[in-house]
Write a protein that binds this ligand. Structure first.
Ligand SMILES: Nc1nc2c(ncn2[C@@H]2O[C@H](COP(=O)(O)OP(=O)(O)OP(=O)(O)O)[C@@H](O)[C@H]2O)c(=O)[nH]1
Ligand SMILES: [Mg+2]
Length: 214
């Protein structure tokens, strides 16, 4: 069974989220991935914005990705929100700013909070050191690698300004989820994963490359 999303047949659906402190560049990364451009102006997302995107994970196998980008400022981070936001996600991009030490500390703290029982489903991670154009780095390579190994996740450095490694970060995560799902390492809520009748009845398929903001 598959779903036709704006003329494209999709076999799987995954929800992924972006977590990171405010101002680390999450929305610019998503805009870059989605539109292939750096935004001239980025609207502050009051709550969360959500984009649907289609990605071919292997020849003939397309995934409908739902990507959630939440405002990272601490006033928007609390337990109920975490639960709402993270629930049913298959994967997460953990983003920090290489030129801002605090954003790395905040990210580690949020990761710990997320792991404290909010998500009963398996979630996979990719760690992203963003704004790698920064001349002065406040986070050194060893500590990043140590955190990545604690997460069991790959580490990638990206730059929304040029697009360097932005699509790679989203696609690396999606392929990890896909492989994990096939191997049984990733267990997903019944609304997600392989598309079947039940999922199609439950949720209207999204149009290709659609964004919404709240
Ligand atoms: N140097 C540099 N700055 C960037 C890059 N990408 C984004 N920025 C800047 O970082 C700032 C914050 O970007 P946003 O994308 O709004 O950050 P955010 O993580 O979504 O922030 P919140 O929504 O508040 O959590 C903006 O001023 C961007 O212009 C980059 O690749 N390099
Ligand atoms: Mg944002």
């Amino acid at each position: 069974m598959s779903a036709v999303v704006n003329g494209t047949e999709c076999l799987y659906r995954f929800k992924i989220i972006m977590i990171g402190d405010g101002y680390v560049g999450k929305s610019c990364m998503l805009y870059r991935y989605f539109n292939g451009l750096f935004p001239e102006q980025i609207n502050v997302n009051i709550g969360a914005s959500c984009c649907d995107h289609i990605l071919e994970v292997e020849p003939g196998v397309r995934v409908q990705l739902q990507i959630w980008d939440r405002n990272g400022h601490k006033s928007f981070w609390n337990r109920q929100l975490i639960q709402l936001y993270i629930g049913q996600s298959a994967g997460c991009l953990l983003v920090f700013d290489l030129g801002n030490r605090e954003s790395f500390e905040v990210l580690k703290h949020r990761y710990t909070e997320m792991c404290n029982g909010v998500n009963t489903y398996t979630m996979l991670f990719v760690l992203v050191g963003h704004k790698c154009d920064r001349n002065e780095r406040e986070v050194n390579q060893e500590e990043v690698e140590q955190f990545a190994s604690e997460l069991g996740a790959p580490y990638i450095e990206a730059l929304a300004v040029t697009g360097h490694n932005v699509a790679e970060a989203f696609e690396l995560l999606t392929r990890r989820i896909y492989q994990g799902y096939l191997s049984g390492e990733v267990r997903l809520h019944e609304s997600w994963g392989k598309i079947n009748d039940k999922k199609l009845n439950k949720d209207e398929p999204a149009e290709n490359s659609k964004c919404c903001v709240s």
